[in-house]
Design a protein around this ligand. Sequence first.
Ligand SMILES: [Zn+2]
Length: 347
Amino acid sequence: MADRYAWTEPGAEDLGGGVHRIPLPLPMEGLKAVNVYAIADPGGVDLIDAGIALLPAREQLTAGLREIGYELGDIRNFFVTHIHIDHYSLAVELRRTFPSVISLGEQERANLIATREMVNGHGNRFFGVDGLRRMGALELITQLSAQNRQPPALIDWEDPDRWLTDGTDLDLRTRTLRAVHTPGHTRGHLVFHDAAAQIMFAGDHVLPHITPSIGFEAAGNRMALSDYLGSLARTLALPDARLLPAHGPVTGSTHERVRELLAHHDTRLAETLSAVQAGHATPFDVAQAIKWTRRHREFADLDLFGQVQAVNETAAHLEVLAVRGQVTRSVSAEGSDLYQIAVTSPE
Ligand SMILES: [Zn+2]
């Protein structure tokens, strides 16, 4: 696909009704860009998500806003879908200079606290080290320690101005957005739904080209995939809407993509169950026994970050199988989770 990254081209895409998509560059491999959506009216703009606190992103936001006749100082609100650095950090930086109000889902509070502890050196040095140990992935911890990874941007993880609860209606001047709690990608993820205009600002909950990572968050969430599947079901229960994702192009139907994601996880759950049947017991073992990405790559061929994500995903699928009574979990002498096929089948 030659135009796979056409959506990352700088500028402002007019989506109608005063809504503009402004992609901002990211230094992360694979993701390339994050979409910020500007909702404009004569008095100013409200943004969905903010990008990463790095100069190229700030410059491209400035240029995108100018293209539609606004300046950074015209931003009234940042409605941020979740705590990840590529969505939240530029909002915090811009708030220092320009008066604006940052809103974030209230369930992200735990992640914000855990992230601060990590950054200040009171917690684990790496994201999810305890989790990796539990998943039997000691090898990956050793590799991560050797890398001494730097975060992509140094930011102060300050609080938002406002914590949003599920179901809050945001009365903007041109429309009303409902904040819908959609945990899974992170525990406090929100989508912003405009039922009247039939559009959904989906953040990383529903992405058109890739499967969102699950539970990749400082506070950790063992039930992330159960939560996520529940959030997908919840999204299907809302009226269908155009999908305005944080990564990738705008597409016609959120429901269509949600159905694909549900089918993907069904397949994954079946593959995970077969691997347990074949005797693989820790999430790390199971992850190595199944194929990854749309190209069905071997686990060993993924880069370190990809392997960490894959083990995380596998653990999340195993937990869903445990909740469904298809596998049972025990703990090894070393403290790793061991899964095996449930002896009695559930009714
Ligand atoms: Zn994210």
